[in-house]
Design a protein around this ligand. Structure first.
Ligand SMILES: Cc1cc2nc3c(=O)[nH]c(=O)nc-3n(C[C@H](O)[C@H](O)[C@H](O)COP(=O)(O)OP(=O)(O)OC[C@H]3O[C@@H](n4cnc5c(N)ncnc54)[C@H](O)[C@@H]3O)c2cc1C
Length: 342
């Protein structure tokens, strides 16, 4: 095993490409954030002179077979997998130790992890054990003129964007879901699948999963994969306005989100705030109701496929990015819509 000092001093050319943690969902699918990281990693790999893009995944026995096609079609060069019945559920202790072992063996230049709840738990453990830096919750990644990972994230409550360099290896970053586009499927390579061993018996179960219950946070995480988002702003004025928004969302199968001002007015929790200091979303349809379209809000939703804006001010900036604009009073338009369809 390479010790931390050696690893940290390692010159670039000895490092082997980019490693991505391929998180699984509770349903056993590869998490979308992995495909988003992969897309960006491919771009970074080209800038680094065509280095390999590899993945590490934890699977239950034979689960890897179900993932092989996706990994090959998405152009992953090597997949390192750990296999055990216990890997149905995430374990901070085992996963972090296994990733640290792998990093010490293959010496990736960059290690990327999704800034999901799981990734936010795993990444600091790994970086702490490796003695390397971690830029958490990034909104962009690039390679600078010295071939270093330039990781950008909001700072000072979102007032500044900081680009952070890491002087140790691997250079680690976590990235929020929905920040990057998903990798196209037409990237076929002959992926090498490498089974890794870890003796999990020696881990005394300090933490055990006893049960899994959906909490408000879990439901809110559905915003990450929602196809329709109905967002409300200050123009909705009060609780009655947001109740109307929720009825509208239920009617069309959408998830509710909000601007920072609406959150500050106590009309919605911070966890559904969209924008610079909130979440980034890319649904098929984003319906902005009573939202002016401030840049701090639109950075979190402008990647949506189709944006519909309802605003009573025809000069509201939201109409500049909307595909469909409805100039009118939310309190007249939505009840009429609900009456017509209820
Ligand atoms: C450092 C920093 C970080 C920030 N981060 C975020 C962030 O992450 N997310 C975020 O959202 N904001 C953020 N903000 C705040 C942002 O700058 C805006 O103030 C905020 O997005 C505006 O919210 P709004 O559109 O709900 O309210 P307003 O700008 O007040 O707009 C309300 C709109 O509702 C319309 N309206 C009024 N009545 C009606 C009606 N009856 N029917 C239809 N339309 C109506 C009005 O015409 C107006 O356009 C941040 C600001 C700073 C300084």
């Amino acid at each position: 095993m390479t010790n931390k000092k050696e690893l940290n001093k390692m010159p670039n050319e000895e490092n082997s490409g980019i490693l991505i943690y391929a998180q699984k969902t509770r349903e056993g699918y590869l998490h979308t954030v992995f495909f988003e990281l992969l897309n960006k990693a491919k771009e970074l790999a080209l800038k680094l002179g065509g280095v390999d893009v590899n993945a590490v995944v934890f699977t239950t026995p034979s689960q890897i077979d179900g993932y092989k096609e996706a990994f090959c079609n998405m152009g992953v060069n090597r997949v390192y997998y750990y296999e055990d019945e216990k890997f149905d559920n995430y374990s901070t202790d085992i996963y972090s130790k296994a990733i640290v072992d792998l990093v010490n063996d293959i010496k990736p230049e960059i290690l990327l992890i999704g800034a999901t709840n799981q990734g936010r738990d795993l990444a600091p453990r790994v970086s702490g054990a490796l003695g390397t830096g971690l830029t958490a919750d990034c909104t962009n990644l690039d390679i600078n003129e010295n071939g270093q990972l330039a990781a950008t994230r909001p700072t000072f409550g979102g007032q500044l964007m900081a680009t952070i360099l890491c002087k140790n290896y691997p250079q680690m970053a976590t990235v929020r879901p929905n920040v990057f586009k998903v990798c196209p499927v037409n990237n076929h390579v002959d992926t090498q699948f490498i089974r890794r061993e870890i003796n999990i018996e020696r881990f005394n179960d300090r933490v055990r999963l006893i049960d899994f219950k959906k909490t408000v946070e879990n439901v809110i995480n559905e915003l990450d994969s929602a196809e329709i988002i109905v967002a409300g702003g200050k123009g909705l004025k009060n609780k009655e306005g947001f109740d109307l928004l929720k009825r509208f969302a239920d009617k069309i199968g959408g998830s509710v989100a909000a601007t920072r001002v609406a959150v500050e007015m106590g009309l919605a929790p911070h966890s559904v705030q969209i924008g610079q200091t909130g979440r980034t979303v890319t649904p098929k349809i984003y319906i902005a109701c009573g939202i002016s379209g401030a840049i701090q809000h639109t950075v979190g939703m402008e990647g949506s496929e189709h944006i519909i804006a309802i605003n009573n001010d025809e000069n509201a900036p939201i109409f500049d990015i909307a595909d469909t604009g409805i100039v009118g009073d939310f309190f007249e338009i939505i009840p009429k819509f609900l009456n017509d369809y209820e």
